[in-house]
Design a protein. Structure first.
Ligand SMILES: [Zn+2]
Length: 71
C-alpha cells in the first residue's frame, strides 16, 4: 500500500446509499458543479490494485480517489 498516496481510500459499499440514480450520480458527477467527471484508472498489476482518480473538466475538482482490489 505504500505506493499509493495517503488520501487514497478503499472503496466500501457502505458509502453508497439511496437508489441507483443517486449512486450513479455520486460516482459520475462532480460534487461541486455537477458536471460529468473524467475518470482515470491506473492498474497496478504488481500489487493487484486499481487506482482510480476523477477530475472535473469544468472546475478542476479532483477530490475523489479510490483503490480497488482486484480479485
Ligand atoms: Zn466540477
Amino acid at each position: 500500500m505504500s505506493t499509493f498516496d495517503s488520501d487514497y481510500k478503499f472503496e466500501t459499499y457502505e458509502e453508497f446509499y439511496g437508489d441507483i440514480q443517486q449512486v450513479q450520480q455520486l460516482i459520475d458527477a462532480c460534487q461541486i458543479c455537477g458536471s460529468r467527471l473524467m475518470i482515470n484508472h491506473l492498474t497496478d498489476y504488481t500489487n493487484l490494485l486499481v487506482q482510480e482518480s476523477a477530475i472535473c473538466p469544468e472546475c478542476g475538482n479532483k477530490n475523489r480517489k479510490k483503490v480497488h482490489v482486484l480479485n
